[in-house]
Design a protein around this ligand. Structure first.
Ligand code: C2O
Ligand code: CU
Ligand code: CU
Length: 503
């Protein structure tokens, strides 16, 4: 990797050497991995196309092809080899409504085996696209399930065990938007790509030949790129034509945590990972770890130009903040408001008819489990594809207590469910963490108690995953497996039962 960067100055580089953490003294890589290059904001923000689908008798069918291609990123002399769905980089936005049956045909045209996981989706484990649902090169996979959860901004990405970081990093990621009666009736900007913007925010590193570079040099929590892009656009600009714009933010990075902010105005947060908050929430900053999403509504005055930024992240008591990107500050997206803006009402929505049934109740919980993250392990164990770590019962509500005991960034993601954070270190969660969540940043040494319900899909032989969503950590073993079973299926849980599934 190169050691010189156009903007290599970080707070740490101004300190006398005696105050520098040892990792920085080892060489210049600590600095170069955490600096983000300044960009000219001159390229029109790419909007991922809405995926075509057919709707027939309540069944919505999509086709995705996983493929390699080339992408010309702004500011680079040559085209880069990249991976994408139905194109060279990233993937189309899928959209479906609650109650619809979705069916997908996924063709893998890569030379590598991969999988496609529906992050945030409530669905049968065999359809989840985790490391047990691999698609061979040239192979096809046909997952199908019924959408049965609130409107939300979900996403999809590969999950091959040991290679998820690489597959996502090369470009395999897309959004999956769910609608329901509440979202369709809400007073919210909703014109896709105009005032309802999908924003996949990522950081990348490039070598001298303009090729994506992924290196593991011991930096935590993995590689931090010096080039920030949104939907694949470096230095992205979007023309705003309405008084309010809805930003659907996905942290699609493999390691970097972003803390979004806008100059001179709050953001109005309306939704977290799994759907709407109870009410609009004014925020100055919004921290999103890899895999997390949020929807915010932002107001504009005619004629102004503002930049969405990422500012210093509060990552808690971590060591060597400069090497984790916590100190980085950089622009992400330029928003240019037209001289006249179409009016747009204040954000407003009312609960969906199913909201009461969706709600989680602490008094229903029958079981508590603890998860300690440390040293690429959860509860002292590295991921083992043939080991079921947890067995939960269909229909049960549980409390999962999660803690990172290491001074580096970690996060926690659970497949299949949207959970509710009961407490953060014993106190009520801050309002931005009080809505439906499937991924959370773990401040070191802080205990998070999560309320989780497992309903609808029992399968003793196919596990769901839970893991750190810093993808290097996940690949290196910070992941576990759980199955959901019905009474009487206990003897079917285990390695034997899993033979025949997966590869
Ligand atoms: Cu976003 Cu297990 O994944
Ligand atoms: Cu997931
Ligand atoms: Cu981690």
């Amino acid at each position: 990797m190169r050691c010189s960067r156009r903007t290599a100055l970080t707070a740490a580089s101004l300190l006398p050497a005696s105050l520098l953490p040892a990792t920085l003294l080892a060489g210049c890589q600590g600095l170069s991995t955490t600096s983000v290059d300044d960009q000219e904001f001159t390229s029109t923000l790419a909007i991922p196309p809405l995926a075509e689908s057919t709707l027939d008798g309540g069944v919505r069918t999509f086709r995705l092809t996983v493929q390699e291609g080339t992408t010309q990123f702004t500011g680079f002399s040559e085209e880069s080899t990249t991976w994408g769905f139905n194109g060279a980089f990233l993937g189309p936005t899928l959209r479906a409504a609650r109650g619809e049956q979705v069916e997908l045909e996924i063709d893998n045209q890569l030379a590598a085996e991969t999988s496609v996981h529906w992050h945030g989706m409530h669905l049968p484990a065999a359809m989840d696209g985790g490391p047990h649902q691999m698609i061979a090169p040239g192979g096809t996979w046909h997952p199908h399930w019924r959408i049965d959860q609130p409107a939300a901004t979900l996403w999809y990405h590969p999950h091959p065990h040991g290679a998820t970081e690489e597959h996502v990093y090369r470009g395999l990621a897309g959004l999956f938007l769910l609608e329901d009666e509440a979202s369709l009736a809400a007073a919210l900007p909703s014109e896709y790509g105009v005032d309802d913007l999908p924003l996949i925010v990522q950081d990348k590193s490039f070598d001298r030949d303009s090729q994506l570079e992924l290196h593991h040099d011991g930096a935590e929590p993995g590689q931090l790129g010096s080039t920030v892009m949104v939907n694949g656009t470096v230095g992205a600009v979007h023309e705003v034509s309405t008084e309010r714009v809805r930003l659907r933010l996905l942290n699609g990075a493999t390691a970097r945590t972003f803390t979004f902010a806008l100059p001179d105005r709050p953001m109005t947060m309306i939704a977290s990972d799994g759907g709407f908050l109870e009410e609009p929430l004014e925020l100055e900053t919004l921290r999103l770890a890899p895999g997390e999403r949020a929807e915010v509504v932002v107001s504009f005055s005619p004629g102004e130009t503002v930049r969405l930024r990422s500012v210093r992240s509060d990552l808690g008591a971590i060591a060597a903040a400069a090497t984790t990107g916590a100190n980085d500050e950089f622009d992400v997206l330029e928003l240019r408001a037209a001289e006249t803006l179409a009016p747009c009402p204040e954000p407003e929505w009312s609960p969906a008819p199913e909201a009461q049934a969706d709600a989680l109740h602490e008094e229903d919980s029958t079981h508590t489990r603890s998860f300690t993250l440390n040293d690429r392990e959860i509860n002292g164990l590295e991921m083992d594809m043939s080991r079921i770590d947890e067995v939960v019962h269909l229909g049960s509500t549980e409390i999962w207590e999660v803690i990172s005991t290491q001074p580096i960034p970690h996060s926690f993601h659970i497949h299949d469910v949207q959970f509710r954070i009961l407490t953060v270190d014993g106190a009520a969660p801050p309002p931005e963490l009080a809505g439906p969540k499937d991924t959370i940043y773990l401040l070191p040494h802080v205990e998070y108690r999560l309320l989780v319900r497992f309903e609808d899909y029992a399968d003793p032989a196919v596990p769901y995953m839970y893991h750190c969503h810093m993808l290097l950590h996940e690949d290196e073993g910070m992941m576990g497996q759980f199955v959901v079973i019905e009474p009487g299926q206990e003897h079917l849980v285990g390695v034997e039962a899993m033979a025949g599934h997966g590869h």
